[in-house]
Design a protein around this ligand. Structure first.
Ligand code: P6P
Length: 334
């Protein structure tokens, strides 16, 4: 019987791709693996453990915080604090970044940006949610506390990025610049096993993911694109179909495996789009490009945008290169 490689074995085997890393990035990826297992455990018992629902507070985004949002946030913070590879953390749930300011963490090489539980409005109705993470080497001097410049790096500087999708199964998908690989969690053994090696977008995609409820607010080019994907082809068949779950991680994962495009454009109600550059669009853009797709804000490559602030929003169009370029063409023509 073929034995699947565990995530831990895969990380170690691929450590040789980082000549300068003395195992810290591997240890950091392993701490994300551990935190993912702990969040997965909380999500799976949510219905029984009275941790569903909102807490009656809003986060920096003005979004109602769900209990599980904060539980997931705390799990990742505690995991990084208990290990020694991270010197600072930025999170969707926290107004400012956290500085791990003690002798051990001040020497750490990496900073992490995280959306601890993306799509959390779906939690109470048992729809797939996910954790999104983005890892950079610090640029400030090791031995000193991290500064905002460590967090405001362009996405092309990411050393690793990925997500954990808590769906019908729990899968950790990540890239460290050498392709995209997915690992499925086996709760019976408590390990993630390589299940989706070297993921690439299929050559053609036929799924578009966009919240058409915002149609009236979309730029003209996006409206034209939506009408174009809804037209029948020369054989009177529908070449495209729509899938939108309200969870970026779920829509992205499906589109990357089966082919498709995810769009969250700007609109009058959200002039810069809704998604946050640092811990949603950048990690998804890194994965997209590593899987052979394209990720832009409608004209500019996401990974080339230099952030100005921690919770900066950008429009995001990502997926099959051919589909993204078609949407960009409609946007350009206006
Ligand atoms: P809307 C979840 O809040 C999220 O950030 C993404 O996961 C998701 O794709 C999007 O927002 C949903 O936003 O405005 O369509 O409900």
């Amino acid at each position: 019987m073929e034995r699947h490689v565990t995530l831990g074995e895969f990380i170690i085997e691929n450590q040789k791709d980082f000549p300068y890393a003395k195992g810290e990035l591997s240890a950091l990826l392993s701490s994300i693996k551990l935190a993912g297992k702990l969040v997965n455990q909380q999500i799976n018992k949510a219905g029984l453990a009275e941790i569903l629902g909102k807490i009656g507070k809003q986060n920096i985004q003005g979004e109602n915080q769900a209990k599980l949002d904060l539980i997931a946030n705390d799990i990742f913070i505690d995991t990084f604090r208990n290990r020694g590879e991270v010197c600072g953390l930025g999170s969707e749930e926290l107004e400012d970044f956290i500085v791990f300011d003690d002798d051990i963490h001040r020497e750490a090489k990496y900073i992490v940006l995280i959306d601890p539980l993306d799509g959390s409005s779906n939690i109470d109705v048992d729809i797939t949610v996910g954790t999104i993470f983005s890892i950079y080497r610090r640029i400030s001097k090791e031995g000193s506390p991290v500064t905002s410049e460590d967090f405001l790096q362009p996405g092309r500087n990411q050393v690793a990025a990925g997500y954990i999708i808590y769906g019908t199964s729990t899968i950790l998908v990540y890239t460290s610049g050498n392709g995209v690989n997915g690992f499925t969690f086996d709760p019976g053994i408590g390990s993630f096993f390589l299940s989706h090696p070297n993921i690439k977008f299929p050559k053609k995609g036929n799924t578009y993911s966009i919240n058409e409820g915002n149609y009236i607010h979309f730029p003209k080019g996006i409206k034209k694109y939506i009408k174009w994907v809804q037209e029948l082809d020369e054989n009177e068949n529908r070449p495209f179909t729509s899938r939108y779950t309200g969870s970026l991680v779920a829509d992205f994962h499906r589109n990357m495996l089966l082919g498709g495009i995810y769009l969250y454009p700007e609109g009058t109600t959200s002039p810069h789009g809704k998604l946050r550059l640092l811990y949603e669009s950048n990690p998804m853009a890194f994965l997209t490009e590593q899987a052979g797709g394209k990720a832009t804000d409608g004209s500019k490559r996401i990974l080339d945008i230099t952030p100005k602030e921690l919770h900066q929003r950008v429009p995001l169009i990502c997926g099959n290169r051919e589909m993204v370029e078609k949407a960009e063409k409609f946007l350009k023509e206006g």
